[in-house]
Write a protein that binds this ligand. Sequence first.
Ligand SMILES: [Zn+2]
Length: 133
Amino acid sequence: MTNVEQTWIRLQTILPNFKLIETNQAKALCPSHDDKSPSLSISKTKHFIQLNCFAGCTYKEIVAATGMKKTDFSNKIETGTKSPKEVCRYNYQDEKGNTICSVVRYKPKQFKRVRSFEGKEIWNWSGIEPPPL
Ligand SMILES: [Zn+2]
């Protein structure tokens, strides 16, 4: 479950008078000021929860009043899962100048071995003897 989904469920138990208007939208008494009629509108998107108090409480104040952290209201942005980018290719060629296999360098630094076989790229060098550069 994502942060947003967990927080959404938790908000239903901690916010007074939490009432769903739509699947991803609700109203509740604002925990950040002395609220008499539900002034807080809460809406959930895929990656974050929006809080809007009609009395003018700021997002920060409302989050603080829930006792939760700002990071609970949005999903972590995964920086480690970015796909590596190819930066260059070192080709090994036979006497005729045909590329038989290559080493591909990626950013973040990573190396992969590739060879072509019948027009396709095969990501290993099994069965071939890399010639000296
Ligand atoms: Zn408020």
